[in-house]
Write a protein that binds this ligand. Structure first.
Ligand code: PLP
Length: 315
């Protein structure tokens, strides 16, 4: 796997040097990422009034693009946002954007904001919604070199995940106040990766990742209070296909702490072992066998044609 990762990286050939560090699509124009600007009155910025999605490009192909676009569309519908483009048009715009950067491994963000109010207006129905996208080099939440030493997780005591009745976590959002507080507490306590509880003391998710626990030989992941991650979905599909029992359920803190293996899942890094929790090692303190197996299967799935949408780079 390590070899493949490096092979993919070496193959990146920027098409336009100004876009090699990444590019953004704003108002129909493609600009270098460092020059990308949004209006300061956009309520996406001023009110976190938006939804977004992130899809990875790996080895020159989108991974599960249709699933990401479907989730983005559902999020827009729930928030009564209209990006002004349908899924095919977004897919074409993203392919063009990535092609122009030349990136073979990329983190591709698509955003629809409520937009800019008319002067003096507070009626969200009247705003013209705005669509943005950008592509930057692939982001690792945990560096590949650290894949076996893993993530040092912390269950924050000072903050709980915002209730789903207030902010629906299945609509991907920028309401990160609780997650950011969790990050600060994690760093204060010598870790880096918070895993937040909900108001009832059940495990939810972390700052950009879902979580799994292997408890009594069964893989558990929270059934509510978290984003329905596409990586999480992939993990569940792969586990089922390979005879690893997996279940979505409530996980209280004590059950999570009993996990013989813990891991996180996200587009930004895939399946990543959690090897310590609140300073205590999980198992022998390195990535366990089920985590490693699912991590390998996850990366192998990137060459499965059912999941990949190749980008035509024109070379
Ligand atoms: N949970 C949160 C809060 C996230 O922000 C993310 C991804 O950014 C995830 C979970 C993982 O979702 P996915 O696997 O679709 O990237």
């Amino acid at each position: 796997m390590a070899v493949e990762v490096q092979k993919g990286r070496a193959a990146s050939v920027p098409r336009d040097a100004r876009l090699a560090a990444g590019a953004a699509l704003i108002d129909g124009e493609v600009v270098p990422i460092a020059e990308a600007r949004i209006p300061i009155t956009d309520t996406g910025f001023a009110r976190s009034d938006l939804t977004y999605d992130v899809v990875a490009v790996w080895g020159g192909a989108f991974f599960r693009l249709d699933d990401h676009l479907a989730r983005f569309e559902r999020g827009c519908q729930r928030l009564r946002l209209d990006p002004g483009l349908d899924k095919q048009q977004i897919a074409a715009a993203l392919a063009d954007l990535v092609r122009r950067t030349g990136l073979r491994e990329s983190y591709v963000d698509i955003i629809c904001t409520r937009g800019v109010p008319a002067p003096g207006s507070r009626d969200p129905r009247t705003f013209r919604n705005r669509f943005y996208a950008y592509a930057i080099p692939y982001v690792w939440l945990l560096k590949w070199d650290e894949r076996d030493t893993g993530m040092d997780a912390v269950i924050p005591q000072s903050v709980r995940r915002i209730p789903p009745a207030s902010v629906d976590p299945t609509v991907k959002n920028f309401h990160w106040g609780d997650l950011t507080r969790g990050l600060y507490e994690a760093y204060d306590r010598g870790g880096r990766y918070p895993v937040l509880l909900d108001a009832d003391g059940n495990i939810t998710e972390g700052a950009g990742y879902n979580v799994f626990a292997l408890v009594d030989g069964e893989l558990l992941t929270p059934d509510a209070g978290a984003l329905e991650g596409i990586t999480r979905l992939t993990v569940m599909e792969l586990a089922r296909a390979h005879g690893i029992p997996v279940r979505e359920t409530k996980i209280d803190e004590a059950t999570f702490r009993r996990g013989s293996e813990l891991f996180s899942s996200t587009t930004a890094g895939g399946v990543m072992a959690i090897t310590s929790l609140d300073g205590q090692p999980i198992g022998d303190g390195t990535a366990g066998p089920v985590t490693r197996r699912l991590r390998d299967l996850y990366w192998e799935a990137h060459s499965d044609p059912r999941y990949s949408t190749p980008i035509d780079y024109g070379n």
